[in-house]
Design a protein around this ligand. Structure first.
Ligand SMILES: Cc1ncc(C[n+]2csc(CCOP(=O)(O)OP(=O)(O)O)c2C)c(N)n1
Ligand SMILES: [Mg+2]
Length: 589
């Protein structure tokens, strides 16, 4: 006998219209969402509860999926974005309507810009009220707002469509060039009850979510011909190469061809920074000198001076330096974005690199010794100069003497995750601290964004289970500092080193009128270490490299949440770190 089930009102259980038979098993939107996520291998959700998703966060936890609750959605979003980068699965961030959604949106845009797979799932208010602009609780047309900031955006209105919505979101996030996806779940969706067997039959386990994209044979041949003719070849590894998780093949590509390589910040460690073909210490020599440059998952954006100008040996600030480029990228639209790409190789990086390796075979002629010798000479000189600087022990401690400690500790703990943000605190760490393994360094990314710090720490600890070391500018830390409570609450092995130079770039500015503190300076001698003590973590004030070393080593030994206030000379930094020239006012000076 057929039993008709009325659609449930929000929050109310479904009522059978015929009562003299056993009630059919029903399933609601909450559970369909959770089952769809679990079915697709989602084991962690980052978010912050509130209407209409409070019960969802509880049920997620009850269903055995890890629900990591933050103090601010932006941190939850950054955590999801970097979890996506580290695992290749979409990182999930769950937020409440309007303000919570907006707080998560920066991270969604960041994920899209950085090509990290992430899904922002947000509860939203009632469509019929929102669309008539009748002033609902947290009213906002979230789908429309999210659209320009993500790769795809979907709204699900019916419980039967939850499976399709989640499947589409997963595919959009991880296939092709990964990115951020927005999924809008209006409050009513969660309470809809439908027949359980039917509901479950609508869920989709996504098959081959990120299909391989094989490059065309002629594209590979064209690239190899160009590379074969090069006298001064160079490989540039970007974070796309790290994301691809084809580390052994990338290493083989470098070693079989003998071509020196540069690693972009988050590509450091795909091959160890100490590898004989690492050219990072001679960057300003190899970029203008190279004749053929092979970009592997690296875009010619501002971080590579758009592939032109003085950095590349061009006569003027926008002129082409004369290099020929091979670009391996999953997006066919990436080539020619800034300069001519002579040999685009379009496909997923794993497939492209293995196709190149097949074409290279054995016995590839190494680049002329003149090229590699000249690089090695520059490297030796710069490494010696750096060693001299690092050996100094000034008082107060400066970035170099503090980071020399971090450098040793990362060398001794190559599996540790390194989170890094700030200006000087970022640039000096990137150049001083060598990385030895892939996907260990995570930082401000394409935008040079402040605020990723604590969210990244949480995600790195949760997804990798490794020790996390965060090197944070004191300004950078402030953007997400409240999440030290989250780190303590989940008892994560995170050691935060706040490079405290009393401000943004430096702590020395003054208000010319003498009224207020200058916009770049903070409370002098602040004790960031005391913040973590409020939540039961370990706080240490370190004024010397020896104190800093002892504190980090103890944090690693104990795996306790630790915050070290590293007292740095407030005069040591420079305006904007390495990118002073991007400041219009600094340029005029
Ligand atoms: C979201 C965001 N807001 C502002 C900035 C501008 N900004 C760049 S670096 C920086 C802070 C630099 O100071 P700090 O973290 O203390 O590093 P330091 O140079 O002092 O080591 C700021 C505010 C940014 N990059 N991102
Ligand atoms: Mg600072």
């Amino acid at each position: 006998m057929a039993i008709v089930t009325e659609p449930a009102a929000a929050g109310a259980p479904a009522t059978p219209a015929v009562s003299h038979a056993a009630q059919p098993e029903t399933i609601d939107g909450f559970h369909l969402v959770i089952e769809a996520l679990k079915m697709n291998g989602i084991d962690t959700v980052f978010g912050l509860p509130g209407i209409p998703i409070t019960d969802l966060t509880r049920m997620i936890q009850g269903a055995g999926v890890r629900m990591i609750a933050f103090r601010h959605e932006q941190s939850a979003g950054y955590a999801a974005s970097i979890a996506g980068f580290l695992t290749g699965k979409p990182g999930i961030c769950l937020t409440v309507s309007a303000p919570g959604f907006l707080n998560g949106l920066t991270a969604l845009a960041h994920a899209t810009t950085n090509c990290f797979p992430m899904i922002l799932i947000s509860g939203s208010s009632e469509r019929e009220i929102v669309d008539l602009q009748q002033g609902d609780y947290e009213e906002m047309d979230q789908l429309a707002i999210a659209k320009p900031l993500c790769k795809a955006a979907f709204r699900v209105l019916n419980a039967e469509d939850i499976g399709v919505g989640i499947a589409r979101a997963i595919r959009a996030a991880v296939s092709g060039r990964p990115g951020g996806v927005y999924l809008d779940f209006p409050a009513k969706l969660f309470a809809q009850s439908i027949d359980a067997a039917h509901g479950r039959s609508t869920l989709i386990k996504v098959v081959d979510a990120a299909p391989r994209q094989i490059p065309a044979g002629e594209a590979v041949k064209r690239a190899l011909e160009l590379l074969r003719g090069a006298k001064k070849p160079l490989i540039v590894l970007g974070k796309g190469a790290a994301y691809a998780q084809c580390d052994a093949d990338i290493r083989a590509l470098v070693e079989k061809t003998g071509i020196p390589y540069l690693s972009m910040s988050m590509a450091k460690g795909i091959l160890p920074d100490t590898h004989e073909l690492a050219a990072g210490a001679a960057r300003s020599f190899v970029l203008p000198e190279a004749d053929v440059v092979m970009l592997v998952g690296a875009r010619l954006n501002w971080l590579l001076s758009h592939g032109k100008g003085k950095t590349w040996g061009g006569a003027g600030h926008k002129s082409w330096g004369g290099q020929k480029f091979i670009q391996i990228d999953i997006s066919p639209q990436e080539a020619d974005s800034n300069v001519r790409i002579d040999a685009p190789v379009v496909g997923d990086i794993g497939s492209c690199v293995s196709a190149l390796l097949a074409g290279i075979g054995n016995g590839w002629a190494k680049p002329p010794a003149g090229w590699t010798d000249a690089i090695n000479e520059r490297k030796a000189k710069n490494v010696a100069k750096m060693a001299e600087t690092l050996a100094k022990d000034p008082s107060p401690m400066n970035f170099h003497s503090a980071l020399n400690v971090v450098r040793d500790i990362v060398k001794a703990n190559p599996d540790a995750m390194l989170v890094n943000e700030g200006a000087n605190a970022l640039d000096f760490t990137r150049s001083i601290v060598d990385m030895y393994k892939p996907r260990k360094r995570i930082d401000v990314g394409t935008w040079g964004i402040m605020g990723i710090g604590m969210g990244y720490c949480v995600a790195a600890a949760v997804t990798t289970k490794q020790q996390v070391i965060a090197v944070e500018g004191d300004s950078a830390f402030g953007f997400s500092g409240m999440e030290v409570e989250t780190i303590c609450r989940y008892d994560l092995p995170v050691c935060i080193v706040v490079m405290n130079n009393n401000g943004v770039y430096k702590g020395t500015d003054v208000d010319p009128t003498g009224r207020d503190p200058a916009p770049t300076v903070f409370v002098k001698g602040a004790r960031y270490d005391r913040i973590i003590e409020a939540f039961g973590g370990v706080g240490v004030n370190a004024a010397t490299p020896a104190e800093l070393r002892r504190a980090i080593e103890e944090a690693i030994r104990s795996r306790k949440p630790t915050l070290i206030n590293a007292v740095i000379d407030e005069t040591a930094g420079t305006e904007s770190g390495r990118i002073t020239s991007l400041n219009p006012s600094a340029k005029k000076k």
